[in-house]
Design a protein around this ligand. Structure first.
Ligand code: N2P
Length: 353
C-alpha cells in the first residue's frame, strides 16, 4: 500500500513536471514555428520532397493544389487565402504581375538559380528575372493508345474524327482546348480576332459529341486503364502515362502547339518571404529537382538534371522535344482585354448539347 502511494505521488509529480515542460516547450515552439503556404498544380510534385523539405528546414508546409491557371488566379486575386508561393504558367505570371500581386524575389537567397539553363531565363513574362524561378516546362500534345489508334497522329484534326467518338478526352482548361483548336485552324493561340475565335468555338461545339470527358489530372488514370484512345494533355502527364502503359504514345501535331513555362513566384503580402525563398531554392537544388522530375515526368529547366536522365527519357519528345517539333509552337500571352472573348467561347462549348 505504502509502495503504491509512493508510486502514485511520483507519477503525480512527473505529470505536473511534464505538463510544465510541455507548456514551456509549446510556447517556445510557437514563437519559432516557421510556416509556408504553397499553391501548385495537381499531381505536380513528389510528395516525399515536401516531407524532406520540412525535415531539413523545420518549415511546416501547407500545400494546396489547383487544376488550371484560371482557377489559381481567381483564388489569389480574391485574397484571403494567404498563399506565399504559387507555381503558375508564363501568361498567368504576366497577369499577376500586371495586377501587382507578385513580390520581388531576393535572388541572393536563391543560390541554386545559377543552375537554371540560360534558355529558361529572361523570358517575356519576367524579362529581368526579378519575380520568378523556373520549375518545369513542356508542351501540349496528344497522348494516344497505339492499340486503338493505328494511323499516324500528326494533326489536331484526328480529334474531330468520328471513328474515335466517345474515346477522346479534352483538357478542361479554356486556354489549352481553345488554343489547340486555333492552331488546328491555322490561327495564333493568342488571337483576339472575333471571327477566328468564333470559328474555334464552332469547331469545339462540333467536336463535343465525340468527347468522352473534359478532364485535367484525371485523364492520366483513364488513359492508363485504356478507357480512351486520344487525350489532349500536358507533356509530362503523357510521360507519366507512358511509364505506366507501354501502349501510350505522345504526338506534337504539325500545326504547332503551346510551349509553356511554369515558374515559382512569391505572392504579394507574404508574411513568410524568407521561408518562400528557402523553398524555391530547395526545389531548384539539382538532387531535389532530379527526384521531382523522375516522379512527376515533366521536364526540368536544369541542364544537369536533364543530362542525368536515362537516354529514353532524354530522347522522348514528351519530355524534351527537339526544336523542329517546336517550330510552330507559341507561348501563351496574357490576353488582358481579349480574355472575355475566350471565356464566352468556352461557356458556349460547355453548355452545348
Ligand atoms: C500537372 C500540371 C501541369 C502543368 N498536373 C501544365 N502547365
Amino acid at each position: 500500500m505504502n509502495g503504491m502511494r509512493k508510486a502514485f505521488v511520483l507519477l503525480l509529480i512527473c505529470g505536473v513536471l511534464a505538463a510544465l515542460l510541455a507548456g514551456c516547450g509549446g510556447g517556445g515552439q510557437k514563437a519559432a514555428k516557421r510556416e509556408l503556404k504553397v499553391y501548385n498544380w495537381g499531381d505536380y510534385i513528389d510528395p516525399e520532397i515536401l516531407k524532406s523539405f520540412e525535415k531539413e528546414t523545420g518549415i511546416h508546409v501547407i500545400y494546396d493544389t489547383f487544376a488550371t491557371n484560371e482557377d489559381m488566379y481567381v483564388k489569389v486575386k480574391a485574397g484571403g487565402s494567404d498563399y506565399d508561393v504559387a507555381i503558375p504558367s508564363d501568361y498567368m505570371i504576366s497577369r499577376l504581375l500586371r495586377d501587382g500581386l507578385l513580390e520581388k524575389i531576393d535572388f541572393s537567397k536563391i543560390p541554386n538559380y545559377s543552375k537554371i539553363g540560360a534558355k529558361y531565363k529572361n523570358l517575356d513574362f519576367d524579362p529581368k528575372n526579378e519575380y520568378s524561378v523556373p520549375y518545369m516546362w513542356g508542351t501540349v500534345g496528344i497522348a494516344y493508345n497505339k492499340k486503338m489508334v493505328t494511323e499516324p497522329v500528326d494533326s489536331w484534326g484526328i480529334l474531330w474524327d468520328q471513328k474515335y467518338a466517345k474515346q477522346i478526352f479534352m483538357l478542361d482548361s479554356p486556354r489549352d482546348s481553345i488554343g489547340v483548336t486555333l492552331k488546328y485552324l491555322g490561327y495564333s493561340l493568342n488571337t483576339g480576332n472575333e471571327a477566328e475565335l468564333a470559328a474555334a468555338g464552332k469547331k469545339l461545339v462540333e467536336q463535343k459529341p465525340l468527347v468522352l470527358a473534359y478532364l485535367v489530372d484525371e485523364a492520366k488514370d483513364k488513359m492508363i486503364a485504356g478507357e480512351g484512345a486520344l487525350a489532349v494533355v500536358w507533356s509530362g502527364d503523357a510521360m507519366f502515362m507512358m511509364e505506366k502503359n507501354n501502349d501510350i504514345a505522345y504526338a506534337i501535331p504539325k500545326e504547332g502547339t503551346n510551349l509553356w513555362f511554369d515558374s515559382m513566384v512569391i505572392l504579394k503580402g507574404t508574411k513568410h518571404k524568407a521561408e518562400a525563398e528557402e523553398f524555391i531554392n530547395y526545389m531548384t537544388r539539382p538532387d531535389i529537382a532530379q527526384k521531382n522530375v523522375e516522379y512527376i515526368g515533366y521536364a526540368s529547366p536544369l541542364p544537369e538534371v536533364e543530362a542525368k536522365l536515362p537516354e529514353d527519357v532524354r530522347k522522348n519528345i514528351a519530355a524534351y522535344p527537339d526544336d523542329a517539333l517546336l517550330k510552330n509552337a507559341e507561348v501563351f500571352n496574357d490576353l488582358t482585354e481579349n480574355m472575355p472573348k475566350y471565356d464566352k467561347v468556352w461557356t458556349e462549348v460547355k453548355v452545348a448539347q
